[in-house]
Design a protein around this ligand. Structure first.
Ligand code: FES
Length: 324
């Protein structure tokens, strides 16, 4: 994974819906931004040391893009990333971001259905722009609590006329009917879902119930519900980790994550979600058996035991040897 950091200038900060701000980042003089494809995100390093992933908004230029744009919903109940961006980042600031990564790419299909819940519209708007430019068949189903909270609503309604369908919780006469939507779709249909954890779970289960195969359902998730987050429990025990490059051994207490304990002892592994879903902390494994608790790696990757996510995973053996 490329963790090289890119310095960018905060060139714009615009309110695009209630509690939602759009940031525009441009390259520093003499540099260029890496290109990306729809569905990609960047990790933004925030004031206070937090690292948070945000989907890129625009359709993804083949040539170096002139800017990156992200949209950020202020979430006071979260762990502070969105509040730091809203309150502490201003036009003219310089931030560091990673190169774009994409775990949510578009797959060629006869038809694409994009399900967006709230701020989860960001990668799907980007995908819709690309599909529209290609003349491809697609539909965007955009759910939000209210129209005032729906980011880019006017742009989507105008730009995706004939493709966009909007649903608002305060207008329950028009509800999202996943079964009816998919009933009229060709067999070669791909579904993409992004939004809050509860929205993703609900839509995904309805898409599956409608008969779409698992490999045709694509999900982008940046946070888990509290009940689904991997947590340290009273039965967890202490263990040790060794750095393969130096041989140094560090104690990991029973009640502390590997990344936290190593950071406290001077070994920094970058983290973002700290929930095992983003992949930022991915670390190679040279020895020992991990207790995988992430949802980023596949079952096959877990079984291989040659990489793991130290933000949330632990050890089944007294010692893990990390490829660090
Ligand atoms: Fe996101 Fe570890 S920090 S998976």
């Amino acid at each position: 994974m490329d963790t090289t950091l890119i310095s960018v200038l905060v060139a714009g900060k615009t309110t695009v819906a209630r509690d939602t701000v759009c940031f525009e980042f441009t390259p520093m003089s003499g540099t260029a931004l890496p290109a990306y494809a729809p569905g990609a995100h960047i990790d933004v390093h925030l004031p206070g040391g937090l690292i948070r992933p945000y989907s890129l908004l625009d359709a993804g230029a083949e040539a170096p893009p002139a800017r990156y744009r992200i949209a950020v919903l202020r979430e006071t109940a979260s762990r502070g990333g969105s509040v730091a961006l809203h309150d502490r980042v201003r036009v003219g600031d310089i931030l560091q971001v990673t190169a774009p990564r994409n775990r949510f790419p578009l797959v060629p299909a006869a038809h694409s259905v994009l399900f967006a819940g709230g701020i989860g519209v960001t990668p799907l708007w980007c995908m819709g722009q690309r599909l529209l430019a290609q003349g491809a068949s697609f539909a965007l189903h955009y759910s939000s609590r209210t129209a005032a909270r729906a980011a880019f609503l006017a742009d989507i309604r105008q730009g995706f006329a004939g493709h966009a369908h909007c649903y608002f919780d305060d207008q329950p006469d028009r509800a999202l009917d996943v079964a009816a939507i998919l009933a009229g779709c060709p067999a070669d249909t791909q579904a993409y879902i992004c939004g809050p954890a509860g929205y993703i779970d609900a839509v995904q289960s309805r898409v599956r119930a409608a008969g779409l195969a698992a490999d045709r359902i694509h999900i982008e998730q940046f946070a888990l519900d509290a009940a689904d987050r991997p947590a340290i429990t009273a039965t967890d025990v202490a263990f040790q980790v060794q750095l393969d490059s130096t041989g140094e051994i560090f104690d990991i207490p029973a009640d502390e994550s590997i990344t936290s304990a190593l950071d406290r002892q001077g070994v920094f592994i970058p983290v973002s979600c700290e929930e095992g879903i983003c992949g930022t902390c991915l670390t190679g494994l040279k020895g020992g058996i991990p207790d995988h608790r992430d949802t980023y790696l596949t079952d096959e990757e877990h079984a291989a035991n040659d990489q793991f996510m130290p933000c949330c995973s632990r050890a089944k053996t007294p010692l893990l040897i990390l490829d660090l």
